[in-house]
Design a protein around this ligand. Structure first.
Ligand SMILES: C[S@@+](CC[C@H](N)C(=O)[O-])C[C@H]1O[C@@H](n2cnc3c(N)ncnc32)[C@H](O)[C@@H]1O
Length: 214
């Protein structure tokens, strides 16, 4: 797994076209690419989906089943969406199950979320749940099996939901002044990790790439 700190000024969100370029590196022919909760970011080559506006497909992602067959998608983008979905835990788990069902083996799922300890997350009343890398790691069978062997009490959500997502990479976008301090060598990556864990407004957003394992 790659864990990185992005050297980009980030009071602003990443633009979706840049995210799309990252996802496009893994193009495998004609399979479907989904941009879920697209908002106004309509991406060429994707099925752009939202419950409002004028997307390619108007769909409420909290309505099940989703309108795609099993194994239909090679890429899925959820940019600043997952934190808006599934206020009830059962709904959130159903979303993860539908995401897994529509992904083919090895499909990449890029999730971009505001850091839960940032004003970007706390300031929006339509954010219904914090998402951390560990939230998504709970949907990895390998991690669940490790917990089981260790006798850990963590809920094995991959096993319970019948899904399996590996985390491929995690990139955290630093706020200023931490970005400049890191760039100038005045703060080390280890110190940043510690203050990110305990303080607010250190990281603005987290980009997590998952891979569906089938
Ligand atoms: C913060 S916007 C992000 C839009 C875009 N992905 C971006 O990065 O600019 C969240 C989007 O998720 C959509 N959304 C929220 N709940 C949804 C649901 N249940 N079904 C479909 N779309 C939903 C909203 O309508 C909105 O367009």
């Amino acid at each position: 797994m790659y864990i990185g700190i992005a050297l980009t000024v980030c009071r602003k969100r990443l633009t979706v076209p840049r995210l799309s370029a990252l996802l496009r590196r893994r193009h495998h022919g004609a399979q479907m690419k989904l941009n879920l909760g697209c908002g106004s970011q309509i991406l060429p080559g994707y099925c752009n989906v939202d419950k409002v506006g004028e997307p390619d497909l108007k769909w409420d992602l909290e309505s099940f089943p989703w309108p795609w067959p099993d194994n239909a998608a090679e890429e899925v983008l959820l940019s600043h969406v997952l934190e808006h979905l599934g206020q009830a835990p059962a709904t959130f788990l159903a979303i993860m199950q539908e995401l897994y069902r529509v992904c083919r083996n090895d499909a990449l799922v890029k999730v971009v979320v505001p850091h839960p300890r940032s004003d970007f997350f706390l300031g929006d009343p339509t954010h219904v749940r914090p998402i951390l890398p560990m939230t998504l790691e709970m949907f990895s069978r390998r991690v669940n099996e490790e917990w089981r062997q260790q006798g850990a009490s963590n809920t094995p959500l991959a096993l319970q939901c019948g899904v399996d997502f590996d985390i491929v990479s995690i990139v955290q976008m630093l706020e200023e002044p931490y970005l400049s301090l890191y760039r100038s060598g005045k703060i080390a990556a280890e110190q940043l990790q510690e203050i990110e864990r305990t303080q607010f407004n250190i990281v603005s957003q987290i980009e997590i790439v998952l891979k569906a394992v089938k």
